[in-house]
Design a protein around this ligand. Structure first.
Ligand code: MF3
Ligand code: CO
Length: 248
């Protein structure tokens, strides 16, 4: 069941998501060669707690950290660790918070030092796919219009959309209905309505859409070891079209 939110509830969700947007601004200058993903995680947890919110992922189905930090061929759910970032890495940081009864969820991929042209291109295409998808998040469209828009951007660049993980509704629960695949057919899926709130999150791989899960039970990696990028915004469908909650 898709739960619609009132304008008041959307305002609360916007506040919570803005904490994440500010967190990314806070983390960006720290994402340099030499820092560990555990240090980024600690910084993020302190930041969220000092902004009247709680980490959403920590404890979720036993997940141990505030951030998901997925480096290079890691797609999502990389667990923060003593691993030090090196120049040339790309790191996807996914984070959620609980603020005033509502969840927020957002992700971005960052370059560490100087990265390859192909890595930059992958990141650009993934972010562009997210924004093309968001552009379809208007009342009267169908859910899979978002999916199809994302898939088109990704595949016309020669990259691949991960199929095993999807975006989702978000609200008083982190993962609400509907599930939102990053591939699909225009004109299909539930009709979008004012008051829906969606976490739209393309995960894009360089070489194949196939992924496998590491022995830690969490980390998804590309099956062929190629690079992966991930961008995510929480978005509300309003009378004035899509409203990105997790942007400043
Ligand atoms: N952003 C991720 C998602 O929407 C949340 C990670 S879940 C956790 O699925 F278990 F890793 F916390
Ligand atoms: Co999400």
């Amino acid at each position: 069941m898709i739960i619609l939110k009132s304008p008041q509830e959307i305002a609360i969700m916007r506040e919570g998501n803005r904490i994440l947007a500010r967190l990314f601004e806070h983390l960006a200058p720290l994402i340099q060669p030499g820092i560990t993903t555990a240090e980024l995680d600690k910084e993020a947890e302190l930041f969220i707690r000092s902004h009247n919110a709680a980490p959403a992922f920590k404890g979720y189905r036993g997940y141990p950290a505030t951030l998901c930090t997925s480096v290079n061929e890691e797609v999502i759910h990389g667990i923060p660790s003593p691993r030090r970032l090196v120049s040339g890495d790309i790191i996807s940081i996914d984070v959620g918070a609980l603020h005033d009864g509502f969840y927020s969820d957002s992700a971005r991929t960052f370059a560490v030092g100087g990265v390859s042209k192909k890595a930059l291109h992958l990141m650009e295409v993934t972010e562009k796919a997210l924004h093309e998808g968001i552009g379809r998040a208007s009342a009267g469209n169908h859910l899979h219009d978002i999916s199809a828009a994302i898939q088109k951007v990704v595949e016309s660049a020669g990259f691949h959309v991960v199929r095993e993980f999807v975006g989702h509704g978000i609200g008083r629960i982190l993962h609400e209905d509907p599930q939102l695949p990053n591939y699909g057919k225009k004109g299909t899926g539930p009709l979008l309505q004012e008051g829906m709130t969606l976490a739209i999150e393309p995960m894009v791989n360089e070489g194949t859409w196939k992924v496998s899960i590491l022995g830690d039970g969490w980390t998804a990696v590309t099956a062929d070891g190629s690079l992966s990028a991930h961008f995510e915004h929480s978005v509300a469908i309003t009378a004035n079209g899509p409203l990105i909650l997790s942007a400043l």
